[in-house]
Write a protein that binds this ligand. Sequence first.
Ligand code: CP
Ligand code: NVA
Length: 308
Amino acid sequence: MVRHFLRDDDLSPDEQLAVLDLADELKKDPLGNRALAGPKSVAVLFEKNSTRTRLSFEVGIAQLGGNPIIVDGRSMQLGREETIEDTARVLSRYVDAVVWRTFAQQRIVAMASAATVPVVNALTDEFHPCQVLADLQTIRERKGRLAGLTLTYLGDGANNMAHSLMLGGTTAGLHVRLVTPEGFQPLPEVMLAAKERASETGGSVTVHTDPKAAVEGADVLVTDTWTSMGQENDGMDRVTPFRRLQVNAELLAQAAPEAIVLHCLPAHRGWEITDEILDGPASAVWDEAENRLHAQKALLVWLLNERR
Ligand code: CP
Ligand code: NVA
């Protein structure tokens, strides 16, 4: 059966652990695994901007001996009249996997429905599961474990990072606390799925309005932009209700001693996070960015070699 990675709960807790363990192995020996030699080709398509995802997939696929094909999706026939399903059928004849950054999750679901090769979500409006694999790898490196830790996310509770942290975090057995203003609540369907996952793993997921209370004792603080790609002109005030969620020294002081701070980047310095925190000792963001490379390589090896 072809496996896809469209959202974080596409991996069971055991499968997520296997991918994270492989990511750690690949980090120790980046050129030691040639699982995509042949070479296997991977199409990596972008309908939104990217620095980390694009570069880490391209480098990672090459390190595995594969052939990365990076395409600006905005220049494909997809952008004209060709359907997503027809695109999937054609791409499946050329490449061994498709990685796609697009808008609505429904688009990548449509791609996977017609593809005969694995499809990987490189960010949609609703989920960013590759990022959360890297986040989990980073947390485990710094804290030595995942299950039982408390992670507090401060920001847009309805964006891709919030949803992926809810699903990926509970899959790892984390206690995920979301702090978000009224009107930015996560999708009910995602909340339900995260609660189900948490009940299997011993994790939990809760939504809060008071940042100080939600940060109290947290092991990991995570933030993200208040305005995600595609939301620039959505008519919502994406500043005023978010100001009190800024990750700064005062807020970090409420967290557990030795708490770490993550941000998927790009950061808007002085808005969702201060320079002092981003550049300070609690920040794990550069390791987090590096781990995109290792985690995605592990995911591709797992999808292409272990499950087909
Ligand atoms: N964090 C992340 O996905 O970064 P890019 O948008 O640069 O790929
Ligand atoms: N929530 C952000 C993540 C960027 C990597 C966005 O979608 O723009």
